[in-house]
Design a protein around this ligand. Structure first.
Ligand code: CO
Length: 134
């Protein structure tokens, strides 16, 4: 059911410093920071040959990643995103098997303009999973 690894997201305390680590030390192609107020994050996209890395930093007063950064002040991996062809079919299969979707269960439009859902880390080996319909 799941396809390509679309991206790995890492929450960081300092976006400029993190972008510089990826650009200068690791030699990756790094975008300028992009504010996504509807998602409560500022993001830097890093294009790798086979996937992407997204550096995330809280934006605004009630960012969904603010608590995560408080608990992981030095930064930490936040989620992995797998591509699916049909997000509603994927959701129905997973919820029928007892897996929990975060929120009200309806897909939202993600940072790339595609429908996304998040799956509860306790049901997936301790890892928050984002499904993106591509
Ligand atoms: Co993501």
């Amino acid at each position: 059911m799941i396809g390509r690894l679309n991206h790995v997201a890492i929450v960081v305390p300092d976006l400029d410093q993190a972008a510089s680590i990826y650009a200068e030390l690791l030699g990756a192609d790094v975008s300028a920071p992009l504010d996504l107020p509807e998602h409560g994050v500022t993001t830097v996209f890093i294009e790798l040959p086979n996937t992407k890395i997204e550096l995330l930093h809280p934006l605004g007063d009630d960012s969904p990643i603010a608590t995560f950064l408080e608990r992981n002040p030095g930064g930490a991996m936040h989620h992995v995103c797998y591509e699916v062809g049909d997000i509603m079919a994927a959701r129905d299969k997973l919820t029928a098997a007892g897996a929990r979707v975060i929120g009200d269960g309806e897909p939202i439009i993600g940072a790339h303009g595609n429908p996304v859902l998040f799956l509860h880390p306790k049901d997936f080996c301790g890892t928050l999973i984002e499904l993106e319909q591509v």
